[in-house]
Every structure is written in C-alpha cells, then in structure tokens.
Design a protein around this ligand. Sequence first.
Ligand code: UGA
Length: 453
Amino acid sequence: MAVIALKCPSIEVAVVDISTQRITAWNSDQLPIYEPGLDDVVKQCRGKNLFFSTDVEKHVSEADIIFVSVNTPTKTQGLGAGKAADLTYWESAARMIADVSKSDKIVVEKSTVPVKTAEAIEKILTHNSKGINFQILSNPEFLAEGTAISDLFHPDRVLIGGRETPEGEKAIKALKDVYAHWVPEEQIICTNLWSAELSKLAANAFLAQRISSVNAMSALCEATGADVSQVSHAVGKDTRIGPKFLNASVGFGGSCFQKDILNLVYICECNGLPEVANYWKQVIKINDYQKTRFVNRVVSSMFNTVSGKKIAILGFAFKKDTGDTRETPAIDVCKGLLGDKAQLSIYDPQVSEDQIQRDLSMKKFDWDHPIHLQPMSPTSIKQVRVVWDAYEATKDAHAICILTEWDEFKSLDYQKIYDNMQKPAFLFDGRNIADLEKLRQIGFIFRSIRFLG
Ligand code: UGA
C-alpha cells in the first residue's frame, strides 16, 4: 500500500488495522517490520496520501477499492486441520465490509486464499449488501520478503482476476489503472477469478518444488562425491530451467511455501485427486527430510553426541534481510539439537530473544498427522541463550551452525572465532555461504550442504 501511495500521488491510501499497537508503530519512527527500503517509502508518503488508522469502519465506508490482506493461516482444528486455510478473518472482514458500506465497492483479495474463495466472499457480500454493488477481484501478491520494495517497483507481472461480466471487466480496469501508474501494461495480466487465485498457489508450489528438487539432489551429491553447487550451476545454465532458486539449503521456510502447498494438497484431496495431492506433498516431505538430515549430520560428526556441548547458531530468520521467523528451518534444527541435549547460543541480527524463546517453546503442528505435539519442556528452553553478537555466540562453542545467509556472516573474522572455540572446532554451513578453503586452512572441521567433508 505504501508503494501504491508513492507511485500514485492522486490516490489516497488508508491502511487500517484493529490493533492499536500495530497502527501506533506504523505511525512512529520504528516501523513494526524490518524490510529494506520500506522506511523511506513510508516517510515520503505518510501524512500526505498514506494514512494508518484504527478507524476501520470509517475508512472502509469511504473507500472505492478495498484491499483485504488479513492472514489466512493453516487450520489447526476441525475439518481440513493441518492443510486447509483458515478463512475466519477473511469472512469477518467481508461481513464488516457489507455492514458498513453505503456505496458501490471493489473488494480485492490480496491475502493468499484457496481457489474459489472469491465465490464464498461474493455470497457473503451480496447476501448482506442492502442493494450495494460489490465486485470482487483477485490480485495475489508475488513479492518476497527482504526484497519487497524492489519487487514491487519492478514486478515480473501483476495479476488481476475478475468476473467475466461488464461490471467485472470495469472493476478489473479500475485496478489495472492503479498499477499502470508504474507497471508496463503488458506486464499486467488479467484473467478470470479462479485462474488468478490458483496461479498464486501454483507459483509458490513451483518455487518450493525447485528448492526441494535441488535439496534432494544435495543428498545424492553427498553420497556420490558430486558437488551440488556445481550441479545446480550446470543445470541452471539451461535457459528452460534458469539459474534462480536453485540454492541447496537446510530447507525452505517462511509463512508462504509450506502453508500454500498444504492448501493446494487439501484442495486436490477435496477434488478427488489423491495422486496430485501426493505429488505436491513430497515437496514438503523433502523439506522436512533436509532439516532432519542437517541435525543428524551435526550430531554424528560430533562423535554421536552433543549433550552439554555449546553450539552457536548463526541466523534464526527464515532468510536474510528479514526478522521474520515463521516456519524458519532454524526452529526445527534447534529443536532437534535441544532434543539431543545441546546448549544453544543463538545470534540473529534482526530477531529478538523473546521471539526466539516463543518459537522454540511453541507446539509443533504435524501437518501429516493432525495432532498437537507437546511443546518443549521449560527446562529445555534453559538450554538456550540469545546473544547480540556472533563473537559472543561462538565463544567457547564446540560447533557453529549457519542457518540464515546473512551477508555479515560471510565477513566475520573466523580466525578470531576459531581461536576462542573448543577444539576440534566444527562449522556446519546450512546455506553454503562460508569459504570452505579458508575455513579448513584455519583448522575448522567444515561441513556444508555441499560437502560431506
Ligand atoms: C515467497 C515467494 O518467493 C514470493 O514470490 C511470494 O509472493 C511469497 O512467498 C508469498 O507467497 O507471499 P518469501 O517466502 O518471502 O516469498 O521468500 P523466498 O525468497 O521465496 O524464500 C523462501 C525460503 O526458501 C527461504 O527460507 C529461503 O532461504 C529458501 N530458499 C530460497 C532456498 O533454500 N533456496 C533458494 O534457492 C531460494
């Protein structure tokens, strides 16, 4: 919304949320999320044509176009638990819009939703409309965290789905005109509602599939002596495949990939397509396998026990340039190591101690068997220290695990780190960012997703 305000000075954008705390933060100098470049954009527009408010009803009733960006987490209970999207927030937003509207509105689905959600929302809106005309559009978002602002400035495409009726086409045109302020027309794709909704899930499933494919190859590389970086470089040179999104890692994380694929799996199951559902399930199974494989590697390399040993965890966020920890592979890796009684000392440049403690004590939801697993016991959490410096984290440690590819981890003084560690000093690189030759010269026992060593 901030980028729309920046690029369209003639449009007034009001961002509303029921959380006073969050809106206060958006109106302050300390924005509630870390995203490179966002501060600048907000500062340029806030108070001019970009406003943050808790007065939801007033702004909704005044708006011509309403973007609904409420969260749609995976259901944890009831029908479809573990896979289906929970649309509670979406439904209550739709009821509120119907309630307070006094003029015609275009309602835009921005949240990632299962295909056919627009139909349900349309029903709620029209059955409560009091004669008002609602047009519903699907306009899924393709930005990635950490690069959100540049992704929005130069999107590969903007996708708008709507009804194939004259009113639907008019609504599509109105939204297209907004993006046309800065996005070339040929990059704005207009489709029917269901294609737009499904394209979002499909795009994320394809992206995640690439990572699981290369991660599956990494296991085979280690068994055969091939180097997965060389393999993905060679494979990516084929222009039909392309070089992006082929970095082997400790596994993908984030709030989108797992949730969206599970949702896709559920939709396939509901449509009587178990083979298709199982195909996509494998993408998540390989991701879980990759995280387990990493933990097993650490434990087996360190003489089959990490009990009482200090292990430094460098990076906790699900990727660099964000403080977001949702579904980060670090949670599963840390829990695995804690399960083997390790002492963890964790450092991430953007994640707070509170967040890490919360993530490590929360219940893990098992997507394949919808039962709630027990949370870690409070004594396990005492095995965790969170520090604000990589040198502090690694002091007296037996091993280092790099779990997020923060740039600053590439330029650490590894000689100094090595000198202050227990020997033998192990380094497990879950992101293939460290300089193998240099680290081995210093004396580290080095393992990465690339090299078994
Ligand atoms: C993802 C998609 O990339 C966006 O296009 C989409 O809009 C977004 O989900 C969404 O649905 O909202 P995001 O989750 O922010 O974006 O981050 P990604 O850059 O896709 O990274 C996801 C995970 O994959 C991270 O843990 C990252 O470290 C990992 N990854 C990525 C790899 O392990 N290897 C790679 O080669 C690339």
